[in-house]
Ligand binder design. Sequence first.
Ligand SMILES: Cc1ncc(COP(=O)(O)O)c(C=O)c1O
Length: 286
Amino acid sequence: MDTYYDTYYIDGKFVSEDKATLSVKDITVLRGFGVFDFLITYNKRPFRLEKHVARLENSARHIGLELNHSNKEICDIVMQTIERNPHHKEDNIRIVYTGGISPDGVTPQGNGILMVMVTPKHELPDWWYTQGAKIITVDIERFIPQAKSTNYLSAIFAQQKASSLGAVEAIYKDKDNRLLEGTTTNIFAFKGTTLITPPDGILPGVTRGAVLELLEKKYDIVLDFIPQADLADIDEVFIAASNKEIVPVIQVDDTVISDGKPGEKTLALMADWNAYTTAYGLGETE
Ligand SMILES: Cc1ncc(COP(=O)(O)O)c(C=O)c1O
């Protein structure tokens, strides 16, 4: 079998993944100071690329990181990096903007490095979507939750706990026991024909935005936090993110949601999502 190396963009050059290097003095390495964003392609068309890059810019503003590329420049570089990886059927795209090298190790100098890593998209287990997934909650609130920063210590910590309990995701919970968002997903709940999802204090997911657009005419949408104590009376729960798309949730900690099967509104949304993203990949919709 032929071995293909992926091609990455790093600091002005396209390089093979095995030749991709970053200075050990970069404060992304030393301090976890940097931002990133993640998206996938449908039919090799990056999903809502400008929105993901706008969120990268927003993340940078929130942490005080200066970017030296415009939204358009970053989008163009992403498109070129996709073109240089024709051996993937579909792509995972990771855009990283590092903090750069700082003489004192703590003061950013506005010399960060842009990296675009394009890797093959990998499929998640089928049973997540057919049987539904179990998730857990953790008593953690993210620092600057509006930013997707390269410091995901809380996510790694919470994910380890989730895996050890046979759960696919961990949901951050605030001090009032309200569910906020997952380590890499946004959370939604259906109660009757009302769809509830937290309003703020979360990363504004691009998938979340697209889901709300798809469902705004179908259901009443309430932007509010979901108290953990309400889960026993909730009809359906699902999580959404770029790489996972829409995952039905059948259990949160020890609480089984309804009859413990993926809910019908979630299943309908998954079908709508599939139709919408297929049309997106064909360039038929934005
Ligand atoms: C903390 C957090 N919330 C939500 C999301 C979902 O965002 P998106 O739908 O843009 O992938 C992510 C994505 O990784 C995330 O890291």
